[in-house]
Design a protein around this ligand. Structure first.
Ligand SMILES: [Zn+2]
Length: 96
């Protein structure tokens, strides 16, 4: 297996729109100032606590989960795959 370069992972973290990944997972996002908010899929969220920042391209659930991260972290968390598989998943995305 080819080694995943730092440049490649940085590119995937920046160029793949987190917003689109989150919505692709079925989370409805609404604009809230500079951020987008939606219902966190990782805990029984009743009031939208998931924050996606288009500026930094990071996501965060500051509530119960207290987790967040990059596009790669999102794929790992939503699909339960390893870092390598998450990178492969994003690379295979036909839009990028
Ligand atoms: Zn959460």
């Amino acid at each position: 297996m080819a080694r995943i370069s730092e440049a490649e992972t940085e590119r995937l973290k920046k160029e793949v729109a987190n917003e689109r990944l989150v919505m692709g997972f079925g989370v409805e996002l609404k604009r809230h100032g500079a951020e987008l908010i939606g219902t966190c899929p990782f805990h029984g969220d009743k009031t939208p606590s998931l924050v996606v920042s288009p500026k930094t391209n990071l996501w965060h659930c500051p509530g119960k989960c207290n987790v967040g991260g990059s596009t790669i972290d999102w794929v790992m968390r939503t699909t339960g795959v390893s870092f390598r598989h998450a990178v492969e998943f994003l690379r295979a995305d036909p839009l990028y």
